[in-house]
Design a protein around this ligand. Structure first.
Ligand code: FAD
Ligand code: DLZ
Ligand code: SF4
Length: 516
């Protein structure tokens, strides 16, 4: 494109849209279109994003811009500077529209409701047609999900997942049945890990000069943000992300299924893929990730409980929460079905607590910007649920601290799955658990200041009395839930004085959360 050529289309590419087959780029013409990408203060600062998350997004954006230029595109790229006059995507786009007078602004629909609403209003404020193409990197469109959900009072992932299996043909026989005879091998995903087989070291990429420059920038300009920047080793290009996928399939997938729910003090990620950041920012396509796993099963390189469990997370849970988000926003973000009003304890930001499970999970989060699903759900999420933290505060924490966090996936997982704040729309039963669950699935309790076998004593595991306090105070919500009947029966059976002592211990803990 020559300097004086008229720009036909200005194409906006966001920090989580780094896919060469992005719908907004599909009809792009290097001779007359211009691509706009910008690192801006507003996006980097609307929550206290982990330093590694900002570094990953800026570095991957810079690498993607170079790849686009290598393909012949003109890219207007705005690197972050703390004193830039343009602090929001809107102001960057407004300036480019003034400079270039494009005929149209093209974008792919944005993953977050907040920014999506802003972009949809730009046609009016910028006086330019704005074309928003569907994000077809997801396997289920927003309208197909809405159609599936229509008329259902409660949604259940399992039924959605079966339809997705049929639609994609993943792990299906030629006559339309699930391979192995079952849709779901969840019951074979619950082994405790004893140290063997050894877990693979996490995949690492050494930072190149571009990443190093971003790391210096983040260290300088985002020093107040959460998390450690040291040992940054994320893939920042599609080529590197594909290597991360191969590494996972070769070394972790075979054991992924058995140890999917396990946690261990000396292994942060065990057999998990660590691929969510790459899928979420567009370096990997969810279909190719699932196909790579299915291929490993067909080739006899990974067992069915691993491959089915892994694929279920992506075509099941990932698509399900995304569909639900768009179906229920914006009111979904305001839900607080259990009327939880407590503040998030300060130790969520520091890890400074004697509760070993929480300390380990928060410390891994601080170091890596990652914790695996059971750590997020059954340790940090479970504790916030039991003590009744305000959903908004918990959601802001999850959105900030994980490298893979974007509102469309974080919000339903936190507000719906972990906090049960949506009245059971996403899941039929709260994921509330006592210390016994954590003991069964991890080795955290062994070295803890608290005793997991005790409930009411001074050194008793806080999760135990808090669990019963949760059950007791939420009777009105759960007593009629058939999946909770057993719990209420157990609670009644304990007798008045034991129950009283348990509730008193819980009250003492609730009044001193930051000293635990
Ligand atoms: P693996 O265990 O290897 O799973 C494979 C892939 O499946 C993941 O990469 C991810 O793409 C997908 N996946 C697995 N579980 C889920 C799920 N529940 N929802 C959506 N996708 C899933 N995931 C995010 O990507 N971003 C978030 O902000 C996020 N916030 C969460 C908050 C809470 C409270 C909880 C309980 C879960 C959250 N998850 C989130 C889901 C899940 O914990 C992460 O996707 C997973 O830990 C990422 O690590 P991994 O790539 O090693 O996953
Ligand atoms: C998360 C994030 C960050 C930290 N920075 C930028 C940025 O500077 N420029 C940009 O285009 N996008 C960024 N993002 C992602 C967006 O905030 C937003 O979360 C997603 O585009 C919504 O799907
Ligand atoms: Fe966590 Fe309780 Fe176990 Fe300590 S004893 S690690 S607080 S579950």
């Amino acid at each position: 494109m020559t300097d004086n050529a008229q720009t036909r289309h200005l194409i906006l590419v966001l920090g989580d849209q780094l896919s060469h087959n992005l719908s907004a780029l599909r009809d792009a013409d290097p001779t007359c279109d211009r691509i706009l990408m910008a690192e801006v203060a507003e996006e980097a600062g609307y929550v206290n994003h982990h330093k590694k998350k900002i570094a990953l997004i800026f570095s991957a954006m810079r690498h993607f811009a170079i790849e686009l230029r290598e393909r012949g595109f003109e890219v207007q790229y705005h690197p972050f500077t703390p004193d830039a006059a343009q602090r929001s995507l809107y102001s960057v786009v407004e300036q480019a529209v003034t400079q270039l007078s494009p005929k149209r602004l093209i974008s792919t629909e944005c993953g977050e409701y907040r920014l999506d609403q802003q972009i949809r209003s730009w046609a009016t404020s910028l006086h330019i047609p704005v074309d928003i193409a569907p994000d077809d990197r997801f396997l289920c469109s927003k309208s197909d999900f809405a159609h599936w959900a229509q008329g259902r009072k409660q949604l259940r992932m399992e039924f959605f997942y079966r339809e997705m299996r049929q639609q994609t043909g993943l792990l299906m026989t030629e006559d339309g049945k699930p391979v192995g005879g079952s849709w779901n091998y969840d019951a074979e995903n619950r082994r405790k890990w004893s140290g063997k087989p050894p877990a693979p070291a996490p995949f690492r990429v050494e930072p190149d000069a571009i990443t190093q420059a971003v790391l210096d920038l983040v260290a300088r300009d985002f020093s107040g943000h959460f998390g450690e920047l040291d040992h940054f080793a994320f893939a920042v290009t599609r080529t590197e992300a594909l290597q991360a996928l191969d590494y996972f399939v070769d070394f972790a997938l075979p054991c992924f299924g058995d140890y999917q729910d396990a946690m261990a003090a000396r292994e942060d990620s065990l057999f998990h893929s660590l691929l969510s950041p790459y899928i979420n920012i567009g370096l990997l396509d969810p279909r190719e990730v699932c196909e790579a796993a299915a291929q490993a099963w067909h080739a006899g390189r990974a067992p069915l409980n691993s491959v089915e469990g892994f694929i279920r997370q992506i075509i099941g849970w990932r698509e399900y929460v995304r569909g639900l988000y768009w179906l229920r926003m914006p009111e979904y973000a305001e839900l607080n079905g259990l009327n939880a009003q407590r503040d998030l304890p300060g130790f969520y930001w520091t890890g400074d607590t004697g509760m070993n499970c929480l300390r380990h999970c928060i410390d891994a989060t601080r170091r890596n910007g990652h914790a695996h699903h059971i750590q997020r759900l059954m340790v940090t999420g479970n504790f916030a649920l039991l003590i009744g933290v305000q959903p908004k505060q918990v959601c802001d924490w999850y959105l900030a601290v994980y490298v893979d966090a974007f509102d469309w996936v974080e919000l339903p997982n936190t507000l719906g799955m972990a906090l049960h704040a949506d009245g059971g729309y996403l899941g039929s039963k709260p994921y509330a658990a006592s210390g016994k669950y954590i003991q069964r699935m991890s080795d955290y309790c062994r070295d803890c200041r608290y005793k997991v076998a005790k409930t009411t004593e001074q050194d008793a595991c806080p999760f135990n009395s808090l669990y019963w306090h949760f059950i007791h105070r939420n009777r009105v919500h759960f007593a009629d839930n058939p999946r909770m009947t057993m719990m209420y029966r157990n609670w009644e059976r304990q007798g008045d004085s034991k129950r009283q002592a348990t509730l008193e211990r819980a009250e003492t803990l609730l009044n001193a959360l930051n000293t635990l």
